[in-house]
Ligand binder design. Structure first.
Ligand code: FAD
Ligand code: NAP
Length: 541
């Protein structure tokens, strides 16, 4: 076997990359990490906009790999703010000495597999190249910002920010005229806080989104003690669940119960807060009739929260079934439109003509602005990988292999790209699940297959073409049995002009997926091909 600088290079120091470093080091591997930011945290390093919080409860949206860690860390609120989550990840990095593996402020620009030596050469924007046997991409599903190419965008003379690349010192909106472009989670979370400071906020909405109040509040001492005492069971239920949190939908379909019972169930899930509302009934995002009952319930809530019925109507989505875009988890969004200093700009009715030095020109007139906030989302799931020149066998570029949409086996492996693992990427439950547990599940699985390779004495692992084809079919079939493909969502790549329209995550549920991964492992990692095997290894494996 060729000599190399490292056993494994991990790209990204977010939730997934940090745990990968920890777990792979524990296997005795020489691990080297690269992170383009100046610190750990990934999403929680970059997204410092006002109001940024998790939408999965913090006690669940946290690592489970160390019981000591989960016992010693105490979350202050149901849904923690970005600063608290970043503090947590910094604490984890310090407690397990993870930052020492990383070179920060260093972007990986290329990763090229050399077939003869079975090694990856990883090159950075500092002009340095290193070699490693394995490459683990923990580059994030929501890390490649999407700044739309609106005419005149760069002519604006005021301040402009993307929510996913927010300045570290914060931004003062005091007395300023602000436009927030985008009404996904980032725009909806930030608007109420910006409105508290700004002279005026114009919310520019291209499509309305369903948003459900978080019901956020401080956690009580009793709740914290109970959660810590019951953590093992909470995690067990989360790992079996569809979405990586310890909740199970109502046992019957929405149309199998009478109206009173349906309302009772929706009330209960509404109180849970936010995105979970999409999972009250098991058929809610699969059956249009069932979905309509959830939609009608949510619409009535929106109308009750917004004083002006015309504004309320504009804020109600007309273009997608509820839950087929990620439901936003908000704190005071709809109420913002009852303030005198917040106005809604309905872009389909009055589109942007251009951005100029002084603001934004729409067909309804000019908005004079001091600040533009681009809450315009991400080139999701594939964007961060596409920005790296990744080449596998015969120099094939990953971007070419995925030109019609991502093609993976289990989301973890790609045919033609041996010894490369993608964490929480397309083809895995990923963004449809609690991503901390999803990352742990992927990293643990990778560690397991590396143990298997050691036992076999195998030099390379590669997903077979047949396994990839079958998995892509499976993912597509699962998605087409739901209402999700009907939405122009970032799950479908619809938010980025020219991106193939493919439903990217695996929608069969986190618990099912994990079980499948385990079964595949038990079957000797069926669908993966191991090469360069030491003959004595077969005996050991
Ligand atoms: P990231 O946290 O995105 O980390 C990837 C890292 O890789 C980044 O730091 C990036 O700088 C680095 N990187 C990328 N490319 C390169 C390169 N070429 N070279 C070097 N470094 C590179 N998920 C949930 O489950 N629950 C939530 O409540 C939730 N809230 C969210 C809130 C926001 C505002 C956003 C944007 C996402 C949220 N998500 C949530 C999804 C979130 O992205 C994941 O939960 C999780 O943080 C992802 O971790 P990661 O390590 O996979 O990726
Ligand atoms: P997003 O959901 O993709 O929303 C982007 C918004 O910008 C959409 O309203 C989109 O409109 C709009 N937009 C994009 N291009 C535009 C253009 N050219 N002109 C006008 N409007 C444009 O992005 P996000 O809000 O950053 O959220 C992405 C994901 O990150 C979320 O779904 C969630 O998974 C995660 N997140 C979670 C939280 C949380 O609560 N924990 C917070 C933030 C983010 P269209 O809908 O018409 O495309």
């Amino acid at each position: 076997m060729s000599t190399c600088d490292y056993d494994v290079v991990v790209v990204g120091a977010g939730v997934a990359g940090l745990y990968a470093v920890h777990r792979l080091r524990a296997r005795g591997m020489r691990v080297h990490g690269y992170e383009s930011a100046s610190g750990v945290g990934g999403t929680w390093f970059h997204n410092r906009y006002p109001g940024a919080r998790c939408d999965v409860e913090s006690v669940d949206y946290s690592y489970s790999f160390s019981d000591e860690l989960q016992q010693e860390w105490t979350w202050s609120e149901r849904f923690a703010t970005q600063p608290e989550i970043l503090r947590y990840l910094e604490h984890v990095a310090e407690r397990f000495d993870l930052a020492s593996a990383f070179e920060f402020d260093t972007r990986v620009t290329a990763a090229v597999f050399d077939e003869d030596g079975a090694l990856w050469t990883v090159t950075t924007d500092r002009g340095v190249s290193v070699t490693a046997r394995f490459c683990v991409f923990a580059t994030g599903c929501l890390s490649a910002t999407n700044v739309p190419d609106i005419p005149g965008r760069d002519d604006f003379r005021g301040e402009s920010y993307h929510t996913g690349a927010w300045p570290h010192g914060g931004v003062s909106f005091e007395g300023k005229r602000v436009a927030v472009i985008g009404t996904g989670s980032s725009g909806i979370q930030s608007t109420p806080l910006i409105a508290e400071q700004a002279e005026h906020v114009h919310v520019l909405q291209r499509s309305a989104n369903y948003s459900i109040p978080a019901g956020n509040r401080p956690l009580t001492a009793d709740e914290i003690a109970r959660t810590k005492a019951e953590y093992a069971e909470r995690r067990r239920l989360s790992r079996l669940s569809g979405g990586g949190s310890p909740f199970t939908p109502y046992p019957k379909g929405a149309l199998e119960v009478d109206a009173a019972e349906r309302t009772r169930v929706y009330d209960e899930w509404w109180q849970r807060g936010g995105v979970l509302f999409g999972k009250a009934f098991p058929d809610q995002t699969a059956n249009r009739g069932a979905n309509d009952t959830a939609r009608e319930y949510a619409e009535a809530k929106i109308r009750a929260l917004v004083d002006d019925p015309v504004v309320a109507d504009t804020l109600i989505p007309k273009d997608h079934p509820i839950g087929t875009k990620r439901i936003v988890t908000d704190s005071g969004y709809y109420e913002s439109f009852n303030r005198d200093n917040v106005s809604l700009v309905d872009l389909p009715a009055t589109p942007i003509v251009q951005i100029d030095a002084a603001g934004i020109e729409t067909t309804a007139g000019h908005l004079d602005l001091d600040v533009i906030v681009f809450a315009t989302g991400f080139d999701a799931m594939t964007g961060a990988l596409a920005r790296i020149d990744i080449r596998g066998r015969r120099g094939e570029q990953l971007a070419d292999a995925w030109s019609a949409g991502p093609r993976t086996y289990l989301g973890l492996g790609v045919h033609g790209f041996p010894n490369m693992f993608v964490l929480t990427g397309p083809g895995s439950p990923s963004v449809l699940a609690n991503m901390v547990l999803a990352a742990e599940q992927h990293v643990d699985w990778v560690a397991g297959v590396l143990d298997h390779m050691d036992a076999l004495g195998a030099q390379t692992i590669e997903a077979t073409e047949d396994a990839v084809d079958a998995w892509v079919d499976e993912c597509n079939e699962r998605a087409s049995a739901t209402l999700f493909p009907q939405a122009n969502s970032w799950y479908m790549g619809a938010n980025v002009p020219g991106k193939p329209r493919v439903f990217m995550p695996y929608i069969g549920g986190f618990g099912n997926y994990s079980r499948m991964c385990d079964e595949i492992a038990d079957a000797g990692y069926k669908g993966f091909e191991f090469a360069g095997i030491d003959p004595a290894g077969r005996e050991r494996a």
